[in-house]
Design a protein. Structure first.
Length: 567
């Protein structure tokens, strides 16, 4: 108690916190039964770094940031992950028989004695934040390393490998799976959600099991313990049981869905399992149910573009296509459009593959090709219900394209997607599928190409002056702007980027564009005419975001490279 009062006075003297706020934090700590130092951070009274630097100074220890240090792999062999995780410390270095350990509570003598007893050697404490300990444990040992060590210590490899043989159904409960495997899979998924990853890839190879997350459209390797390769079959079985898949079937691809909850947020995990020579590879697509329900105002449309898009939505019939590669946010844009049109006087039906989210008040159908229920069959059935507005998840073949176009001709507003590089490419793609140009020109309202560019991290991005070469690479003339570059910090996990925003290329089908379409003009001719009429290309939209300091030259060039080739 005396030590705490001395530390409180030290915090005030060092200017970390004033007396009034310290009193508030002390009351909060007493009320919730937590340490004062935790209450200071949790209540936002002081920054974690500032508090723990002061604690280090008070306890006459060094303050370190282990995740930025070069830590020897020999330390991970000497200090088991389960010990480091249980006692919450990082082995930083060993010198002259003394182990330097980073902890967040240097005043806890009992903790120091426990660590000394576990390591069986002298220790020298240094101070870091709890967040740094959690982060560095994952870097040093890998996600779920303590769980894997516990499995190795508690069970033989054979019993885990035989797990698949012991269970033959897909409806078994958690008691049929080793609790440690369940914990490891949960840790892997929790880490992915906290990282804001959109995909988790579990990929077996001959000598290793590789785990990667896709964050903001870019793949990142995840550190996992090498011994996890031996538990690949058990991990896949756990995922299959969660997704209600057949764990006995290993020769065919399987798809399923998991509903998960983390910190009061709901997530849908789309599961895909593929057979490979070294075992089954698993992909889990993470869909945040809250982030999916965006309005058109939240998508990132510029004011003029949003007004134009809203005009398209007021049309009673016709077809609106959204184009772009997989993962470019097409479905999110279409869901936002449907949400705006979702009124009692509108009958809306969708056919999707798969249904990503349930939309209240909208009839949604799922494609099931294995029983012959494809987009074409669904469209025929859909028309018998007399909808006002229809969403066709994707136009993949001539039959679907023909049905969608004819539906728009007969008084329906039709939305769909195409995989083309730019907005003008939608016309030539439909012609390639076998549609008559006059039908396309009669029905199309607009073609919208979109991409997602990574946003600069607001915490660490820095102003800079672009060189002449960057302007040339992007194909623009030098202008004034708030140019910034990516740096990297803890907040963005040292990538320099945090989150994504959409850029759009909107091609309205004016009379001039309809004439060119009917005359079988090439996509480059259509794009040239659209540019003359004021259309902003994807590069133009990206250039606007660069000038605003929202993203970088490199990022815009990366995501619009295919559109640039099309042009």
């Amino acid at each position: 108690m005396q030590g705490q009062r001395a530390f409180e006075k030290f915090l005030i003297r060092e200017g970390v916190v004033d007396e009034a706020r310290l009193t508030t934090a002390s009351e909060e700590a007493l009320k919730n039964g937590v340490r004062l130092i935790d209450a200071l951070v949790q209540t936002g009274v002081a920054r974690s770094d500032d508090v723990y630097r002061a604690l280090a100074s008070f306890s006459e220890c060094r303050f370190v940031v282990p995740s930025k240090m070069e830590l020897s792999q020999e330390l991970t062999k000497k200090v088991p992950a389960r010990f480091a995780s249980h006692y919450s410390f990082i082995p930083v270095e060993e010198r002259n028989g003394t182990m330097v350990v980073a902890i967040s509570d240097p005043l806890n003598n009992q903790l120091l004695d426990d660590i000394r007893m576990v390591l069986k050697q002298r220790i020298e404490p240094v101070v870091t934040t709890p967040e740094e300990i959690t982060r560095t444990l994952k870097i040093m040992y890998g996600v779920g390393a303590d769980t894997v060590e516990r499995i190795l210590g508690d069970t033989s490899g054979a019993s885990v490998v035989n797990l698949d043989k012991a269970v033959t159904g897909s409806d078994l409960g958690d008691e049929s799976i080793d609790a440690s495997i369940i914990k490891f899979v949960n840790e892997l998924l929790s880490e992915a959600i906290e990282t804001q990853a959109t995909d988790v890839h579990i990929e077996p190879f001959e000598e290793e099991l590789r785990v990667r997350y896709r964050v903001d459209g870019v793949m990142h390797a995840v550190s996992v313990p090498p011994s996890i390769r031996g538990f690949h079959a058990a991990i896949v079985s756990r995922v299959k049981i969660m997704a209600n898949l057949n764990i006995a079937e290993k020769r065919l691809p399987q798809d399923g869905k998991i509903r998960a909850k983390l910190l009061d947020e709901q997530f849908d995990l789309r599961v895909s399992v593929l057979p490979t020579p070294y075992g089954e590879t698993v992909n889990l697509r993470i869909l945040n149910r809250a982030s999916m329900f965006l309005t058109l105002d939240q998508l990132g449309f510029r004011a003029g573009d949003l007004e134009q898009f809203n005009r398209f939505l007021r049309r009673p019939h016709g077809m609106i296509l959204v184009t772009g590669p997989t993962g470019s946010g097409k479905t999110t844009t279409l869901y936002a459009a449907l949400s705006k049109l979702n009124r009692l006087d509108h009958k809306i039906i969708t056919i999707e593959d798969p249904i990503e989210y349930q939309l209240q008040g909208i009839t949604q159908m799922q494609v099931m090709s294995q029983i012959g229920f494809d987009f074409t069959a669904a469209l025929r059935a859909m028309l018998r219900h007399d909808p006002d507005i229809m969403l066709v998840g994707e136009i993949r073949d001539r039959e679907t394209a023909d049905m969608a176009v004819r539906s728009s001709l007969t008084g329906h507003l039709v939305f769909s997607t195409l995989h083309t590089n730019d907005a003008a490419g939608a016309v030539t793609r439909l012609v390639d599928l076998g549609l008559e140009p006059f039908l396309i020109s009669s029905t199309m309202i607009a073609s919208i190409a979109q991409r997602l560019v990574r946003q600069l991290c607001p915490e660490c991005s820095e102003p800079f002056e672009p060189g002449e070469q960057l302007y040339q690479d992007l194909g623009v003339q030098p202008e004034e702007g708030q140019f910034k570059k990516a740096v990297g910090c803890e907040s963005c996990r040292y990538t320099g980027y945090q989150g994504r925003l959409a850029i759009y290329e909107i091609l309205p089908f004016t009379s001039a564009i309809r004439e060119l379409t009917a005359e079988r003009a090439s996509s480059s001719e259509i794009k040239k005419k659209a540019n003359q009429q004021g259309m902003r290309t994807l590069r133009d939209a990206g250039w606007s975001r660069i000038k605003e300091g929202k993203t970088t030259f490199e990022e815009v060039m990366r995501v619009t490279a295919d559109a640039d080739q099309a042009e």
